[in-house]
Design a protein around this ligand. Structure first.
Ligand SMILES: Cc1cc2nc3c(=O)[nH]c(=O)nc-3n(C[C@H](O)[C@H](O)[C@H](O)COP(=O)(O)O)c2cc1C
Length: 178
């Protein structure tokens, strides 16, 4: 039984959804999990008292929220001292285009290099398009991207690309290291 910290920053809600799923699955595997939302509970976040941590963030306009970097600036030594994973959520992760995937890897690698963090796992997770969380311009742009990927938009206004089975495979590999 390990103590695991799951820290996330989510703009439109999908990384939050993913982080809650990760916490539940690790708890079901017998671990003690603390879930921290950097949008609301940044001051409570600390990584010293844990055996492992997962940091999850989504990509917007080619970068991650500054709150993720701030967390690593404050708690990098603790995160680097134990088993850690970076869960990076984006629409590009749903793409089959080699150029887009390579650009995605570059964004994540640049972020990790700048943060001076070499996580044991870097997991790319496909996100979602939640229309009710977007302004009119963002909605048009994201709908175009989805169509370019050859995917359908869900009439409900919530189009999810997250591959939960793939995420579970990652979580089981992560749990096996604890
Ligand atoms: C304004 C905006 C910009 C985005 N920029 C990118 C991007 O540069 N690359 C990408 O792969 N996905 C991009 N996305 C897609 C998000 O990463 C995706 O919707 C993700 O699920 C958002 O996670 P969140 O709901 O936790 O904020 C963008 C989404 C929005 C709304």
């Amino acid at each position: 039984m390990a103590r695991v910290l799951v820290v996330y920053f989510s703009k439109e809600g999908q990384t939050e959804h993913i982080s809650h799923h990760m916490a539940r699955r690790l708890e079901d595997a017998g671990h003690i999990v603390r879930l921290i939302n950097l949008k609301t509970d940044a001051s409570e976040a600390g990584a010293d008292d844990y055996d492992a941590s997962i940091l999850a963030g989504s990509i917007h306009r080619g970068s991650y929220a500054p709150e993720i970097s701030s967390f690593l600036m404050r708690h990098g030594p603790a995160v680097r001292s134990h088993v850690s994973a970076f869960v990076t959520v984006s629409l590009s992760a749903a793409s089959h285009d080699a150029t887009e995937i390579s650009a995605l890897n570059e964004i994540a690698n640049r972020f990790l290099f700048e943060a001076g963090w070499q996580p044991d796992f870097t997991e790319h997770v496909a996100g979602a398009v939640h229309d009710d969380q977007l302004n009119a311009f963002e909605k048009v742009v994201l709908h175009q991207i989805v169509q370019q990927h050859g995917e359908q938009l869900d009439p409900s206004g919530h189009t999810e690309f997250t591959d939960w089975r793939k995420l579970n495979t990652f979580l089981d590999a992560f749990a096996a290291r604890l």
